[in-house]
Design a protein around this ligand. Sequence first.
Ligand code: ATP
Ligand code: MG
Length: 669
Amino acid sequence: MPHSTENLTEEQIQVPEIITHPVPSRLLDSKQCPTPHVNSMEQYRAMWTESVEEPNKFFGNLARELLSWDKPFEAVSHGSFENGDVAWFVGGELNACYNAVDRHAYTNPDNIAIIHEGDEPSDVRRISYGELLREVSRMGNVLKSLGVRKGDNVAIYMPMIPETLIAMLACARIGACHSVVFAGFSADSLLDRVADCGAHVVITSDEGRRGGKNIATKRIVDDALSKESAHQVEHVIVYKRTGSEVPMMENRDLWWHSEMEKARSVCPYERMSAEDPLFLLYTSGSTGTPKGVVHTTGGYILGAAATVKYIFDVHPGDVYACMADVGWVTGHTYITYGPLTLGVTTVLFESTPTYPDPSRFWQLIEKHKVTQFYTAPTAIRALQRLGDKWLDNIDLSSLRVIGSVGEPINPEAWNWYNENVGKGQCAVVDTYWQTETGSIIISPLPGCTPTKAGSATLPFFGIKPIILEPSTGNVVTAVDETGVLAIKQSWPSMARSVYNNHSRFLDTYTKPYPGYYYTGDGASVDKDGYVWIRGRVDDVINVSGHRLSTSEIEAALIVHEAVSESAVVGAHDDLTGQAIHAFVSLKSHCQVSDGLERELILTVRKIIGPFASPKRIHIVREHPKTRSGKIVRRILRKIVNGEQNQLGDTSTLADPSVIPSIVSQVHKK
Ligand code: ATP
Ligand code: MG
């Protein structure tokens, strides 16, 4: 079915209004919901002001309230961006595993820490805090028996199973740093990361399960480690997930279950300095070679716990479900450390949103009575594209907060999420942050912030966002003017370094605009002080002197009813400097019609203005995406500029096979 038979005229295209949504009244009704931790804008403003004006007082108190310390800190914060020596909770000692596991196991051993929803919906495992403590302690002893000591790095290449969290927490317990590598990466990408961090031990599984298929996890580890000279791995611990036969290398490979059987389930935790590294993690690779971002113990877990408390408004007894993969920072902060540090239940989801059918997320929410649900715009758009019927007759009334992260969420998808999943009764939190920020830095708070579809709204505690003019570094005060987003002062959970490359850390984040942390994202602030993230600075397009943000043009294209996803990039143009190319995929029931290109151009003209009109529209089946689901505009930009033979590192792409068809489409005419 073509999406329309008669072409739309410019008059018929409706410009969406920006509506401010008040906090749903249900969230403020104490008979229906727990009283939100922050329930008025006055309270938010007072707390935020204290957090940026007296950060030592604010975060000192919060760190004592939310975390358990073995030794109190002597100074709340120290150092500066300029000197590259930012430090929080100096002199304090604590252990991240103790905070996430032991203290809850002592008080409520039977409370559920992890609900594992396996690949098959019938495959559910519940692990209590008491059991988690025993398992983590055993694994800590296994690692110690293999020679892992405080300060060593351990690589984890595992599917979405509880043992992955157990392995991470066991590392934290004995003072080792985990380096989790997303288990969709190829052998080469895995080898790069294992070699870069110098791990002696890799933890993996025989296979993974996803969407009804087995994934050859151990085989990829074997391939990666086959170049013996390139790494220092001595042992591979293999968890039996599917039971398929896998080759085990003598003296190197060990079965998880046999080692665990031998180990004692009591393992004293290591007292760590607040500034000792907790983990390293490579960024998604949307813009180039991934960086091994280093996070430290005290500040990071405080950021994780504080944002789960305030941004997801978590209360005792809640069931918190983040759908990200634990191989990304979202999985670290919002599956593992945040919810567990607060002692609530975290849901770990092994499957995909469409297995066995596109109602999977909603079934999961109903089954486990999920209270907070967190996913990415790419998943929301994919489910929206498949139609609303998958939500029919499913009870989602347990939900209070639904979140989005990873990319700007276009208003169309936001509205769909709000109406169909939140039923207009939940707080929608569009949360902006990065691997490097450790935890969310810009987001609404459920009990107080009025929301606007497409805006991440207001800064979290301790965050002072500033918009800078990119070429001069001057502060932009004009309303709605796009510049680069920078942060004025340090906050506890910010990354401290790039692994083995502190100068790369400084060059990337603190040197571009002295005195600021530089995010690399474009943003503007509206008349209410709301922040609108406009996409990556590298993606900003300059047409005849107009600086245009890709996300604005992309959001305008999605307003057209046939469009499912869009990506916009600039091509060199002798006349205008740059010309806009739009790559568009269509909703499943829509086909290309004759007038579609013209309608799309008209839609952008009407919503933004004639200067933003795309010069070319390319209808594609699928965009090139990272394994975390983000569109990689860098590749599209190279293709439109005739540089398809120099695409650079494509190892972070989920499906590199989409590239040839895009290349031939762009260069066919
Ligand atoms: P790399 O740094 O390797 O290029 P990446 O930036 O995609 O990869 P992440 O740290 O996973 O790696 O993603 C952070 C980026 O995701 C942000 O800088 C921003 O561009 C985007 N992002 C995250 N959340 C939001 C959001 N709510 N709104 C807009 N953009 C977001
Ligand atoms: Mg980045």
